[in-house]
Ligand binder design. Structure first.
Ligand SMILES: *[C@@H]1O[C@H](CO)[C@@H](O)[C@H](O)[C@H]1NC(C)=O
Ligand SMILES: *[C@@H]1O[C@H](CO)[C@@H](O)[C@H](O)[C@H]1NC(C)=O
Ligand SMILES: *[C@@H]1O[C@H](CO)[C@@H](O)[C@H](O)[C@H]1NC(C)=O
Ligand SMILES: *[C@@H]1O[C@H](CO)[C@@H](O)[C@H](O)[C@H]1NC(C)=O
Ligand SMILES: *[C@@H]1O[C@H](CO)[C@@H](O)[C@H](O)[C@H]1NC(C)=O
Ligand SMILES: *[C@@H]1O[C@H](CO)[C@@H](O)[C@H](O)[C@H]1NC(C)=O
Ligand SMILES: *[C@@H]1O[C@H](CO)[C@@H](O)[C@H](O)[C@H]1NC(C)=O
Ligand SMILES: CC(=O)N[C@H]1CO[C@H](CO)[C@@H](O)[C@@H]1O
Length: 839
C-alpha cells in the first residue's frame, strides 16, 4: 500500500540522494524546496510553494492538486512571504515545521507545536487525504501538530471550527487581505462563546453578522435543506470543546467553504465537467444578515419594504430616524413593564433567536420550566427552547434588550415579555398571545401549537417528498445532480467565472431562485419573437412581451447575438438584479440560455415605462398629480435601497424615465441594471474612462471627469423629478426663452418665486401646490452643480416626508444651454449606451 503513495508526479528532493519524487510525507532529514511538492495519498491535495494572484512573493501552502486556477486552502507563512525562490520546508528534529529562506538562512515561519521532548520523537510530517498537514511521531496515531487547528480562509470537511475550552485553542477564520495577499484581512469569523455559543463575523472587531445559535439541526435562521444533499453537519458543545464540523456524505464530492477577502462566506463546489467552482450557497446574502440592522426589538424581513419593523408591542425609539430608514436606534416598549403581575409573554413565530451573548441556558429544562424561570426573574426579557428537535427542549433566557431578530421561514417560537395591555396589539391573532394569568388561554395555545406543529411536520414531509422527487428526476445528468438541484446549471458556462473574478450567482434561497426557461417555451410565448410582441429596445437588445401557458405575462430581454459589449451588460444585470429585492425594483423571474441565445425573463409591467406617459400628449393627462407624486416617492425609495439599504452600495448610472417601469397599480419599478456598479464598503467614488449613460441625465462631474458616485444618481433623480413635474424632457427642452434648458428654466422660475409655472398643464387641476413646489425644490437641490451640495437619497426621503424648511438650492449644473458638454457622438439618442469621451 505504501507504494501507492510514491507516485511520480513532480517530485520531491530527497535531500541527500537528489532523487525527485512525489510522496505524501517527509521525515526530519528531508526537505521540500521551492518547485517541488508533497501530494496527498489520494492525489487530492498538494503542498508546496506558490505565489498568489499577481504577487511575486512565495508562500508555503496547500492547494487542490490538478485544479485550475490554483485554489489554495491553507497557507503557512501568511504574513511573512519569501521574496525569492529559495524557500525550503522541513521538519525539525524537535517536531517543529520550518519554512526557511535558504538565501540568507532565516527561519521565516515555524509551527511551534508546544512542549515536545526532542529526545523521544522521530517526527514525520504528512499531508493527509483530508488536506490536513500533520506532524506525528513515526508509527504513532496522535498528532503533535495539525494545520486544521490553524485555519485560514477555507473550511474543509472534517475541520473543527470553534474553541477547545481546555487548551484554549481558538480555531477561527480570517480572510485574506486580497486575492494577492494571504495575510489576515479585516474580516474574521469565530465562535463566540459568551452566553450561548454563536458564530460571529467581525470587521476590524466590529460585529458584522451573526449566525446561530445552533438549534439542534442547523444554525438558527438558516434553511435546513442546506445540510441534506452533500454533507452532514454537527455542533459539539460540552465542557471540553465547542465546535462546528461538517462531513461529506460522498467523499468524491469536492466542496469547500470560503471566506472571501470581502468578508463573504461562500460554499463552493467543484464541477468536474466545467472545471469550475460553482457557488452553492452564500452565507451573508440578504440585508438582514447585517448585525443589529433594525436595532433592539426591531425585526428585519428581507422580503419586506421597509426592511425593519418593530416587534408587536414595541414602537420606534426615534420615529424620525426610523422613517428615514435609519433603524439602528431600534424600538422601545409601548407600555413599561410592571413585573411581576402586569406582564405576560407573547409568542413570536418565524423568527430567529436574538443575540445570545448575554443569554443564560440550561439544556435539560423543558419549556414549562423555562417559562417559570423567566417569569420569576423580572429582568428576564424572553425565553425559548434551545433545541427544536423532539418538540423542543432546553431553555434559553434573555436578560437584555433583544437584538438582531429576523423573520425566517422555519417555525420557531420566541416568548417575549410584554405588558399585558400590549399583548393584543396588532395583527397577531388573539390566541398567540398569552397573559400569564389565563389558564384557559394557555390550554388553547397548547392545542393550537400542537396543531400547528403537526401542520409543520406535514409540510416538512411534503417538502422533503417534493424535493426528493425533484432530485430523482434530475439525477440522470451525470456528475451534476447537486447543482441541477439548485437550478442554475446553465449559468455555469456563461456566468460563473472562477471565483477570483468575483462573478457570483446566488442560488440557495428558494425565493430568489431563478427559473431556467427553455427556448421553446420562450419562443412560443412570444410568438416566435414576433415583431408585434416587441416592447422596445433595451440597453443590449430588444425586449418582447410573452405569455406563458399558465397565462402569466413576462417580458423577455433578448441579447443581440452580435453584441459583445451586450454580453458584459447581460452578466452585470444578472449579477445585480438577482441580488436585489425591493418593491421599487423590477423583478427578474429567470433566464433562458440555449445555443447562442441569452435572455432574461422579467415580470411584465403592463403600463410600460414612465416616459410613455409623461411625454405623450394623449397619455399624459391620465397621469394625475397623486400618481406622479407616488411615482417620485417610489423611485426615491428604490434608489435609497440601492445606495444604502442593500448590503452592497450600488450606483445605477442610468436612471431615466424610460428605465422606470409601471406596474398595474402604477407603482414605479427601476429597471435596467446593465450599467450598474457596485461599491465596496468604504468606497465612495469611482472613475471611468468610458462614460456611459444617457444624455440629459448625466451629472457634470461624470461627463467631464468620468467620476461617478451615488451623487450622480441623485443628479439623475433630480432631472427625473423635474421632468415628471413639468412633463418636459430635459434633453431637447425648448422654451420661448431660447437660452434655457429645463434645469435652468426651473431654477429661474424658482428664483423668481414662480416655480409652479413649471408644472405640466395637465396636472393643473389635480395638483397639490405645496407638494409640487416641494418636489421642484428637492429636484433643484438634486441637480446642483457640485456633487457635495446634492443631498443623499435618505435625506431626500426625509425632505419629502417632513414639512420643515429646505435649504436654498444653488445654481444647477449646465446652467446655460451652451454649457452642455459638446460630445463626440452628436446624434445621441435616448437609448442607453451613449458612449461619451470625457474631456
Ligand atoms: C531573508 O530573506 C527573506 C526572503 O528573501 C526575506 O524575507 C528576509 O527579510 C531575509 N531576512 C534577513 C534577515 O535578511
Ligand atoms: C524546535 O526547533 C526550532 C528551530 O530550531 C525552534 O525555533 C523551536 O523553538 C524548537 N521548538 C521546541 C519545542 O523546542
Ligand atoms: C459518490 O459519487 C460518485 C460520483 O458522483 C459515484 O460514482 C459514487 O457511486 C458515489 N458513491 C456513493 C457511495 O454514493
Ligand atoms: C438544569 O435544569 C435541570 C432541570 O431543571 C436541573 O436539574 C439542573 O440542575 C440545571 N442545571 C443547571 C446548571 O442549572
Ligand atoms: C435575575 O437574573 C439575573 C441574571 O441572571 C441575575 O443577576 C439576578 O440575580 C436574577 N434575579 C433574581 C431575582 O433572581
Ligand atoms: C411531541 O409532542 C406530542 C404531543 O405532546 C407527543 O405525542 C409526541 O410523542 C412528542 N414527540 C416527541 C418526539 O417527543
Ligand atoms: C428670458 O431670460 C431672460 C434672462 O436671461 C429674462 O430676462 C427674460 O425675462 C426671459 N424671458 C422669458 C419669456 O421668460
Ligand atoms: C393609467 C393606466 O393606464 N393604467 C393601466 C395600467 O395597466 C392596467 C392593466 O393593464 C390597466 O388596467 C390600467 O388601466
Amino acid at each position: 500500500m505504501e507504494v501507492v503513495h510514491y507516485l511520480l508526479i513532480f517530485g520531491l528532493l530527497m535531500s541527500d540522494l537528489g532523487i525527485y519524487r512525489a510522496q505524501d510525507s517527509i521525515a526530519a532529514d528531508q526537505a521540500i524546496r521551492d518547485g517541488h511538492t508533497l501530494v496527498s495519498a489520494d492525489e487530492m491535495y498538494e503542498l508546496g510553494f506558490f505565489s498568489p494572484g499577481k504577487s511575486m512573493n512565495r508562500y508555503l501552502g496547500i492547494w487542490y492538486n490538478n485544479k485550475s486556477p490554483q485554489t489554495v486552502v491553507w497557507v503557512a507563512n501568511r504574513e511573512t512571504p519569501i521574496t525569492d525562490l529559495s524557500g525550503v520546508f522541513k521538519v525539525d528534529t524537535n517536531g517543529s515545521l520550518l519554512v526557511i529562506a535558504s538565501s540568507n538562512n532565516t527561519i521565516i515561519w515555524s509551527s511551534n507545536p508546544g512542549p515536545v521532548s526532542p529526545t523521544t520523537i522521530n517526527p514525520v510530517a504528512q499531508l493527509l487525504s483530508s488536506g490536513n498537514l500533520v506532524v506525528r511521531t513515526t508509527g504513532q496515531e496522535n498528532f503533535i501538530w495539525q494545520s486544521f487547528d490553524y485555519p485560514g480562509d477555507t473550511f474543509l470537511p472534517g475541520m473543527k471550527f470553534g474553541k477547545d475550552l481546555v487548551s484554549g485553542l481558538d480555531r477561527r477564520w480570517s480572510s485574506w487581505k486580497s486575492l494577492d495577499d494571504p495575510s489576515p484581512g479585516p474580516y474574521i469569523l469565530f465562535m463566540n462563546i459568551n452566553g450561548f455559543p454563536q458564530l460571529f463575523e467581525e470587521q476590524d472587531s466590529v460585529p458584522l453578522s451573526r449566525f446561530g445559535p445552533w438549534n439542534g439541526v442547523t444554525f438558527d435562521g438558516m434553511p435546513r435543506h442546506i445540510s441534506n444533499a452533500l454533507f452532514t453537519h454537527n455542533f459539539v458543545f460540552n465542557d471540553k470543546e465547542v465546535y462546528y464540523v461538517y462531513t461529506l456524505v460522498n467523499s468524491s464530492v469536492v466542496t469547500r467553504v470560503y471566506f472571501s477577502p470581502d468578508g463573504d462566506v461562500l460554499r463552493l463546489n467543484w464541477i468536474e465537467r466545467t472545471q469550475m467552482w460553482f457557488l452553492y450557497w452564500k452565507g451573508n446574502s440578504d440585508m438582514c444578515i447585517r448585525f443589529g440592522q433594525c436595532g433592539s426589538y426591531g425585526r428585519c424581513d428581507a422580503k419586506k419594504s421597509p426592511l425593519c419593523s418593530c416587534m408587536e408591542g414595541f414602537e420606534p425609539r426615534n420615529p424620525d430616524e426610523w422613517s428615514a430608514s435609519q433603524w439602528s436606534s431600534g424600538c422601545r416598549r409601548r407600555t413599561t413593564l410592571s413585573c411581576p403581575d402586569g406582564d405576560g409573554f407573547r409568542v413570536f413565530k418565524n423568527v430567529n433567536m436574538p443575540d445570545t451573548r448575554g443569554a443564560w441556558f440550561n439544556r435539560s429544562m423543558t419549556l414549562g420550566e423555562c417559562e417559570t424561570a423567566c417569569k420569576q426573574n423580572c429582568s428576564c426579557t424572553a425565553y425559548a427552547n434551545i433545541d427544536i428537535r423532539m418538540n423542543g427542549s432546553g431553555c434559553l433566557l434573555w436578560f437584555e434588550d433583544l437584538m438582531d431578530v429576523r423573520t425566517v421561514d422555519e417555525s420557531r417560537d420566541l416568548y417575549v415579555r410584554i405588558a399585558v395591555s400590549d399583548l393584543t396589539i396588532q395583527s397577531i391573532p388573539e390566541f398567540t398571545s398569552r397573559p400569564v394569568s389565563s389558564k384557559k388561554r394557555q390550554t388553547i395555545t397548547w392545542v393550537v401549537s400542537i396543531l400547528s406543529s403537526l401542520v409543520i411536520v406535514i409540510l416538512i414531509l411534503a417538502i422533503m417528498y417534493g424535493w426528493r422527487k425533484k432530485k430523482r428526476s434530475q439525477v440522470k445528468i451525470p456528475g451534476n445532480s447537486v447543482i441541477v438541484l439548485f437550478g442554475l446549471l446553465p449559468f455555469v458556462d456563461v456566468l460563473v467565472k472562477p471565483i477570483d473574478e468575483e462573478y457570483i450567482m446566488e442560488s440557495q434561497d428558494d425565493d430568489t431562485e431563478l427559473t431556467s426557461f427553455s427556448l421553446s417555451v420562450i419562443s412560443k410565448s412570444t410568438n416566435d419573437f414576433a415583431n408585434d410582441k416587441k416592447l422596445g429596445q433595451g440597453g443590449f437588445g430588444p425586449v418582447y412581451k410573452g405569455v406563458l401557458d399558465d397565462r402569466r405575462e413576462i417580458a423577455v430581454k433578448r441579447l443581440s447575438k452580435t453584441s459583445r459589449q451586450g454580453l458584459g451588460e447581460f452578466k452585470n444585470e444578472v449579477e445585480f438584479i438577482a441580488k436585489l429585492q425591493h418593491r421599487n425594483l423590477v423583478k427578474l423571474l429567470g433566464y433562458c440560455i440555449q445555443g447562442d441565445e441569452n435572455m432574461l425573463i422579467y415580470e411584465y409591467m403592463p403600463n410600460k415605462s414612465l416616459d410613455s406617459f409623461i411625454f405623450d400628449k394623449i397619455k399624459s393627462p391620465i397621469l394625475g398629480w397623486s400618481d406622479r407624486f407616488n411615482i417620485i416617492h417610489g423611485i426615491a425609495r428604490g434608489l435609497l435601497y440601492l445606495h444604502q439599504d442593500s448590503r452592497f452600495k450600488i450606483v445605477h448610472r442610468d436612471l431615466k424615465t424610460s428605465n422606470v417601469l409601471l406596474d398595474v397599480d402604477m407603482n414605479p419599478k427601476i429597471s435596467d441594471f446593465g450599467l450598474a456598479r457596485m461599491f465596496r464598503e468604504h468606497e465612495n467614488e469611482a472613475n471611468t474612462n468610458n462614460v456611459v449613460g444617457t444624455l440629459g441625465y448625466l451629472a457634470p462631474e461624470y461627463v467631464v471627469d468620468g467620476t461617478f458616485s451615488e451623487k450622480s444618481d441623485v443628479f439623475s433623480f433630480g432631472v427625473l423629478v423635474l421632468e415628471i413635474v413639468s412633463g418636459k424632457k430635459n434633453k431637447g427642452f425648448s422654451h420661448e426663452n431660447d437660452s434655457d434648458n429645463l434645469l435652468a428654466h426651473a431654477w429661474r422660475l424658482f428664483e423668481e418665486d414662480m416655480a409652479l409655472e413649471l408644472r405640466d398643464p395637465h396636472i393643473r387641476e389635480s395638483c397639490v401646490a405645496s407638494e409640487v413646489f416641494r418636489s421642484i425644490h428637492i429636484g433643484l437641490l438634486c441637480v446642483q452643480h457640485f456633487a457635495k451640495d446634492r443631498p443623499t437619497m435618505s435625506s431626500v426621503i426625509l425632505m419629502f416626508d417632513k414639512e420643515g424648511a429646505l435649504p436654498q438650492p444653488k445654481q444647477p449644473a449646465f446652467f446655460a444651454k451652451g454649457s452642455l458638454p459638446q460630445l463626440s457622438l452628436a446624434s445621441v439618442n435616448d437609448i442607453t449606451m451613449t458612449t461619451l469621451e470625457p474631456r
